[in-house]
Design a protein around this ligand. Structure first.
Ligand SMILES: [Zn+2]
Length: 190
């Protein structure tokens, strides 16, 4: 739970420390606006992404069935600079018997993204949530993102994308190889 009043006070201090007049018209309500926005952007702090996958269906296992969800947009905040990183997530899993609606995977991604975060951990947390809750034979997650803390400072050219991936499970049980699933998650021919 974000403490709005404390965030307001802190943002007012930052503005003052920048040499700004925190009382001028354009800035007067900024601490309150930032606090309100932070309560949304950081609403995932302390929430387990696994809790977002709350509707599970039991299905007869189909040999080599694979579920892939590609191109899910997300926004998160880099914990090193409190600047946005954003892009697309691709998720896939090989079910044993449990399946969840696509919206639940999207929700798990959102919960994991709405906290001070790094892309590698975001990728791992989404993979863990899907793998643990659905007890999959195999899970793969790929995230592509642009980081404003890099592109705004010219360290990296605008539009450059960082790609991270995580896999969970031993795969063999369902007869689907790790490379097959990851090809599908990444959008290459399987
Ligand atoms: Zn950063």
């Amino acid at each position: 739970m974000v403490e709005g009043q404390a965030v307001e006070t802190a943002v007012a201090s930052i503005l003052k420390a920048l040499g700004e007049d925190a009382g001028r018209e354009g800035l007067r309500d900024t601490p309150r606006r930032v606090a309100r926005m932070y309560s949304e952007l950081f609403s995932g702090v302390g929430v387990d992404p696994r809790s977002a996958i709350d509707a599970i269906f039991e299905e007869e296992r189909h040999e080599e069935a694979v579920v892939v969800l590609r191109g899910v947009p997300f926004y998160s905040m880099c914990e090193h600079h409190l600047m946005p990183f954003y892009g697309q997530a691709h998720m896939g899993y090989v079910p044993k018997s449990k399946i969840a609606g696509a919206s639940k995977l999207v929700r798990a991604l959102e919960v994991a993204a709405r906290r001070p975060q790094i892309q590698e951990r975001l990728t791992a947390q989404v993979a863990d949530a899907v793998h643990d809750v659905l007890d999959t034979a195999g899970t793969g997650v790929v995230i592509e993102a642009e980081h404003l803390c890099m592109s705004m400072r010219g360290v990296q050219k605008r539009g450059s994308v960082v790609v991270t991936s995580a896999t969970r499970g031993d795969f063999d049980e369902a007869g689907v190889r790790r490379s097959q699933l990851m090809s599908m998650v990444q959008g290459r021919a399987a």
